[in-house]
Design a protein around this ligand. Structure first.
Ligand code: ATP
Ligand code: MG
Length: 393
């Protein structure tokens, strides 16, 4: 991969001479039939959901692909922007898009509890499923356990992919504090579901503390008595029942998490890292990029979202400010002086953003990047998504 594909004279909104390295070819990616999954990840609030929706729309309208966008957007902004009154656990077709190329856009919002319920139903008998659903631990875990959302996103992705009815699946990732949660949480959760720790905790209670490993069981007995005191005996019984009920599914959970992990490593997948041009978001993106490289997951590129740009070129901040000072000193043309100062601030901001962005592109020169300009207002309809899609491509 070589640098220099970026044309400084192109004058497009996505042209930033300050951002070095190769420009990400989003259209090339979306047109490639071998690409079946695009994962939009990044820190909280940077524009993952917006990017996922814009990419899905473009894949459908411009590239004629039958696309589904799996979003995780509890704020439901996406449902609104797609004109869907309902966005739930099954894909719904988005109306009012240009389907001339034969493309279709479907969208769904992950309902982690329903997804978890479905998984349980698929892997056990109706009676067992009913027991599990009634268990307070299951109820708590399926709706609030940290990591369940990420785990169920992977589960849903696995389901969508194995159904094989989509040309392209665009995945939005949960609004986690850290982008890495998406990769870490499933393993954490399956370790929990694996129940080794819970079984150890419960073992002394079951064996009555009589075991070859008396020292170990004695200390665990003490541990479980303490837990019992803190959590209450009923809770421990619930926990024990939950673990026993899930026992038959441990293998299944782990196995599917591993399978989805392998899909994420496959060349059919493209990760798009979304970042705002702010120090923390870019640092987060760099951690994530390192991790993707380490996990051998295909990082397609970086989306620098909400970048600023000045329409006026060739007037540096210093000159603009000096001119404003002169006008002020002469006591004339206040309006022009004000405009010159606004321009100077915008140029400074643009330069600052490019410096921040460059910390990523310097560290990962092989990762292509694309910039998307900050829109004057939030993206709240299909037209807005179309604009973002065009800026991306
Ligand atoms: N380029 C842009 N210009 C203007 N507004 C934008 C742009 N990109 C995103 N937004 C707006 O920023 C807000 C946050 O975007 P979005 O919901 O896509 O972020 P997110 O990364 O999915 O957030 P979360 O981590 O909470 O899920 C939304 O209101 C969206 O409309
Ligand atoms: Mg989001």
């Amino acid at each position: 991969m070589g640098a220099g594909t970026q044309s400084p004279s192109a004058g497009s909104s996505t042209d930033y001479s300050g951002v070095v390295g190769e420009v990400l070819d989003v259209d090339g990616l979306l047109a490639d039939p071998a690409i079946r999954i695009v994962v939009c990840c990044g820190a909280g609030g940077v524009g993952k959901t917006t990017t996922a929706a814009a990419i899905g729309l473009r894949a459908a309208e411009v590239h004629g692909r039958r696309t589904v966008v799996l979003t995780i957007d509890p704020a439901r902004r996406l449902a609104q922007s797609m004109g869907l009154s309902e966005l739930d656990n099954t894909p719904r077709q988005v109306k009012g898009i240009d389907g001339e190329n034969g493309g279709e856009l479907h969208a769904m919002m992950l309902d982690m509890k329903r997804t978890f319920d479905e998984v349980v139903q698929q892997h056990t008998t109706p009676q067992r499923a009913a027991e599990i659903f009634a268990n307070p631990f299951y109820q708590a875990m399926s709706s609030t356990f940290a990591g369940t959302q990420e785990y169920m996103a992977m589960e849903k992705l696995g389901q969508l992919r194995s159904a094989d009815e989509w040309d392209l699946i665009v995945v939005d990732t949960p609004p986690s504090r850290s982008a890495l949660d998406f990769l870490d949480a499933p393993a954490r959760l399956s370790r929990f579901l694996d129940g080794r720790m819970l079984r150890m905790l419960l073992a002394p209670a079951r064996s009555g503390g009589r075991s070859m490993f008396s020292l170990v069981t004695a200390s665990f007995g003490l541990f479980s008595r303490t837990v019992q005191k803190v959590l209450g005996a009923q809770l421990l019984t619930d926990l024990s029942g939950f673990v026993a009920a899930l026992d038959s599914m441990f293998g299944g959970f782990r196995q599917r998490a591993d399978e989805t992990y392998r899909i994420l490593q496959d060349p059919q997948t493209a990760f798009l890292l979304v970042a705002a041009p702010e120090r923390d978001a870019v640092r987060e993106a760099a951690y994530f990029a390192e991790r993707l490289v380490a996990e051998r997951m295909p990082l397609a590129g970086l989306v620098l979202n909400r970048m600023h740009r000045s329409e006026v070129t060739g007037l540096p901040a210093e000159e603009s400010e000096a001119a404003a000072d002169e006008l002020d000193a002469a006591g004339e043309n206040q309006l022009t002086a004000g405009a010159l100062r606004i321009h100077a601030n915008l140029v400074r901001q643009t330069e600052r953003e490019q410096r921040v962005a460059a910390t990523f592109t310097d560290a990962f020169p092989a990762v292509p990047a694309v910039s998307v300009t900050a829109q004057p207002a939030d993206v709240h309809d299909v037209d807005g998504l179309r604009t973002i899609g065009a800026l991306l491509a």
